[in-house]
Design a protein around this ligand. Structure first.
Ligand SMILES: [Zn+2]
Length: 101
């Protein structure tokens, strides 16, 4: 067996350090365990969390599209530009918790 260089040895050691991580649903504090190298690793603690994540992500993306299209209406864009900017920034901030754009 060929010897490993230092970087590879450290990477292998670190990869074994963590076998659990928080569920990807930002509203859930459950842990997901790494189940091995076969199959898709669990990102969610349950199917319910997976569905909540997908639903919220779609809702945020739809809100962003609605906010962005509001800029096309001069009356809305002129009178409510600060509100639109704040709502957009908040939606982008939330989207980061749901996998980003
Ligand atoms: Zn969960």
């Amino acid at each position: 067996m060929a010897p490993l260089n230092t970087a590879t040895t450290l990477a292998l050691r670190r990869s074994g350090d963590r076998v659990a991580a928080r569920c990807m649903n930002p509203d859930c504090s459950n842990q997901c365990r790494f189940s091995g190298s076969k199959g898709r690793p669990a990102r969610f603690c349950s199917d319910l969390c997976r569905r909540i994540f997908a639903r919220n992500r779609e809702r945020i993306l739809a809100d962003l599209a609605t906010i962005d299209s509001a800029w096309d209406d001069p009356e809305i864009a002129t009178g409510r530009s600060n509100e639109l900017r704040t709502a957009r920034a908040r939606s982008v901030w939330m989207l980061d918790r749901y996998g980003g754009a």
